[in-house]
Design a binder for this molecule. Sequence first.
Ligand SMILES: C[S@@+](CC[C@H](N)C(=O)[O-])C[C@H]1O[C@@H](n2cnc3c(N)ncnc32)[C@H](O)[C@@H]1O
Length: 393
Amino acid sequence: MDDQTITKAVNDRYARAVTLGEQLCCPTGYNYEELRRFIPEPVLKVSYGCGTPVGLTSVQPGETVLDIGSGGGIDCFEASRLVGPHGRVIGLDMTDEMLALARAHAPTVAANLGYAASNVDFRKGQAEAMPVDDASVDLIISNCVINLSPQKSKVFHEMYRVTRPGGRFTISDIVADQPLPNYLRYDTEKWGDCLAGALSVHDYWKGLREAGFLGIHLVSALPWRVIDGIHFFSVTLAGYKLPHDTASSASCFATLTGPFPQVTDEFGQTYTRGIPERISARTATLLNLSRYRETFILSEAPIRLTTLDPRWKAVLPEERPCVWEGHFAVLTGPFLDVHDDDTHVYHSGLPVEICSKTLKVLTSALYQPYFLIMNRASQTPSSDSVICEPGCC
Ligand SMILES: C[S@@+](CC[C@H](N)C(=O)[O-])C[C@H]1O[C@@H](n2cnc3c(N)ncnc32)[C@H](O)[C@@H]1O
């Protein structure tokens, strides 16, 4: 099955779905009551996303937003409202029937919002070769689309090209806890179902990093399906294109506060809790991004922390026997790897089996934002046979 066959199958699937007004894919978290005030019902009916465009909460009036795989236009129209009449929205899709529906309702949405004309430009095109200017977009959104592309690396590189320095993305998509076997990857029906094209968390994050994005982290996740032991999740993730000019940053030392005793950032620099590290201006910009900044003190002079310092953060495992219950934890960025206080090392995107004690640590408020947790046991394990000694894991 070549790339063109996959793209045609996906195109036909969504052309049929929108023509018949089918319901597809996953639960989303829209406030339909709110959206109904300005978006016509036929658009709401063909909402085929797998998340809500939470990235839109950070949108400022006047910004330019690009929605990759805009479908019937639901997220574009919400973006249109948020960027205001002086902002711009580009909706990109390859399926004529989707574009026709979205374009047909754009004037009504503009009128409902009180705009003189629609600020949404629905463009026909491929996510792998976007008809969008270089460095012209403040925010990229996308809702359940990139898994449908047979050439995701091209999509990630195109995203980076069109994002302005200092811009960002927030996308929802389907990912798996492991790479898919060939019998699923080559199942044409499952491409349209947003399953066959799902990347593993590891490969998704790596693809975005290789394209140039940084600060890539999970915003939210929901379990979607389990097929043949493979766990599929609907995730929303965010990341940034660093600005060119970082000279304004005065910080040149970073002290890791925890909860991790050791981490490695996306530039490959390693930090130990409490020990100040000299950093470049570019690293200071990186460590100021969401999820990084919660774990560091950035300062002009070195700051060393002891365990008694109120800024020192740690979550220690309970000192009692643990039980293996089938749980696995996946580090979801932005760090390349982190350690916990019980000798585990977690690498970005790679599942690590964890016991009940570690589960408690990783689901604590300080650790939880960094991990995706799943249980791979199909039956409840017999606790007698899996009890281990303190400190064993
Ligand atoms: C699952 S639907 C999601 C639509 C919309 N984002 C929403 O939330 O309702 C996927 C959409 O992406 C479009 N699409 C899929 N692959 C694409 C590609 N490679 N380039 C451009 N559009 C694509 C399809 O035509 C379809 O409209």
